[in-house]
Design a protein around this ligand. Structure first.
Ligand SMILES: [Zn+2]
Length: 162
């Protein structure tokens, strides 16, 4: 595994993050998301047990990225990410979507869908932040939801959750 393009360090977004160890070009593969392949049944048990490092690989198996030898698990979500995850012949690669300078924190969109995202508030700090870790195609949905939540909170401060 080639982890030389990244280093793990304290993150400004959340806890630990991954940072570019060198300049990276747009389109370049940065790091592979690795871990044991597990069945869908095992995957479900892991997710229910709070393992947030499960990555869908294909219709049969998922990857359990919650292992020491997978530094990619530290890459944070961002609404304005500089990387994306790509499934390249059943390998998950984190790939640069723009040129990245050495020292920049690496991010990709975790791509949560409408069923999941409300459980995952986003603190990425980007000016484009929609408030939740949601796939880009649902950004408008998340913005509306956040606006509704804020209105509710303003109308009923004691019950506020956001
Ligand atoms: Zn965000």
């Amino acid at each position: 595994m080639d982890a030389s393009k990244v280093r793990v360090d304290r993150s400004g977004i959340h806890a630990t993050g991954c940072f570019a160890a060198c300049d990276i070009r747009q389109g370049e593969k940065v790091i592979q998301y690795v871990g044991p392949k597990i069945s869908k049944a095992e995957s479900l048990r892991e997710c229910e047990g709070g393992n947030v490092y499960i990555f869908t690989l294909n219709d049969e198996v998922d990857i359990n990225g919650n292992v020491e030898w997978n530094p990619a698990r530290y890459i944070n979500h961002s609404c304005e990410a500089n990387c994306e995850s790509e499934n390249d012949e059943d390998e998950i690669w984190i790939q640069a979507v723009r040129d990245i300078k050495a020292g920049e924190e690496l991010t990709y969109n975790y791509g949560f869908d409408l069923d999941e995202y409300k459980d995952y508030p986003c603190l990425c700090g980007s000016t484009q932040c929609v408030g939740y870790m949601v796939a880009a195609e649902f950004f408008d949905h998340a913005r509306k939801y956040r606006a509704e939540q804020r209105q509710l909170a303003a109308a009923n401060p004691e019950a506020a959750t956001v």
